[in-house]
Design a protein around this ligand. Structure first.
Ligand code: HEC
Ligand code: HEC
Length: 244
């Protein structure tokens, strides 16, 4: 067959088209990066912003597991929203909302809060149980808390909270300095199930802690938080070099 100029032209045009769509270096549709503020997928937002501390799948991190359904039953959306938006001052929980100096839009914070709730909460997890409230406006009493500690906690955390056979110290100054009182309260109420720490019902089986017990134990722990964490020398030890 003779190549007519027309066929030749069609061939060249086809080659040209082919060459353009497959030119080396030309980005495929999936290669074009999404602008960070446009990401709206929960998995991506959670993995990029939260999993480093709260663990992938919401557990197994250094900070409390956000996937614990007992936690999600006592902490409402307002709690999640406030923490993610503004962070928790004085702790390593960062502020994420752009309005508070973070990188996420309000919409993205909403996606994260909704995703945590939809993925990990369980409606019937508490059944008839009546947990102490997430937060308390009544301050606890540290000396009553010392008694509550002996009753509910010392079997595992040892005398005075310095650690026992079943669990470590919870009065270590560096530990207490990392968390605020609300976080201590959260842990006393919901436990750390993944580490074997019981919730408010399980310290003494059959005898749940009352809301007052919880506030008092938290006050007792809080009273032992060092004023100047990370500084081994007391104010009076400057000249003698005494280490407390
Ligand atoms: C049945 C044993 C048991 C009882 C009772 C118990 N805990 Fe724990 N608790 C644990 C275990 C296990 C952990 C996981 C960390 C560890 O091994 O030290 C833990 C962790 C904690 C943590 C977090 C420590 C950390 O390193 O993150 C706090 C705070 C805490 N418990 C407070 C209390 C308080 C307050 C009480 C009493 C109201 C109490 N616990 C009762 C076993 C117990
Ligand atoms: C750099 C580590 C870090 C990152 C990243 C982080 N958190 Fe936290 N988060 C913490 C710590 C530590 C606390 C406990 C602070 C305290 O003492 O109250 C906390 C507390 C929280 C609380 C409150 C817990 C309570 O007791 O009610 C929520 C909710 C929370 N984080 C959600 C998130 C979400 C959502 C993200 C991602 C957008 C995130 N965090 C990312 C470290 C982190």
């Amino acid at each position: 067959m003779r190549l007519t100029p027309l066929i030749l032209a069609v061939c060249i045009a086809a080659l040209g088209l082919y060459g353009c769509t497959n030119a080396p270096g030309r980005p495929a549709p999936g290669d074009i990066p999404i602008v960070p503020s446009e990401i709206s997928d929960f998995n991506t937002l959670y993995a990029q912003n939260c999993s480093g501390c709260h663990g992938s799948e919401g557990k197994g991190g250094a900070a409390i597991p956000l996937s614990d359904p007992v936690y999600l039953a006592i902490a409402d959306d307002e709690v999640l929203h406030r923490a993610a938006t503004n962070g928790i001052p004085g702790t390593s929980m960062p502020a994420f909302a752009q309005s508070a100096g973070g990188m996420l839009t309000d919409k993205q914070v909403d996606v994260i809060v909704r995703g945590i709730r939809e993925r990990w909460s369980k409606t019937d997890v508490l059944r008839d149980a009546n947990p102490p409230p997430y937060s308390s406006s009544e301050p606890g009493d540290a000396s009553r808390g010392s008694n509550a500690y002996s009753a509910y906690c010392s079997s595992c955390h040892g005398t005075e909270g310095r650690g026992g056979q079943k669990a470590g110290s919870i009065v270590n100054g560096s530990f207490l300095a990392l968390l605020d009182d609300q976080e201590l309260r959260t842990m006393v109420i919901v436990g750390r199930p993944e580490l074997g720490a019981p919730d408010w019902r399980g310290d003494i089986p059959g005898k749940p802690m009352s809301a007052q017990d919880v506030s008092d134990v938290v006050a007792w722990l809080s009273s032992q938080r060092p004023k100047f964490p990370g500084q081994p020398y007391s104010d009076t030890a400057k000249s003698t070099g005494e280490v407390r």
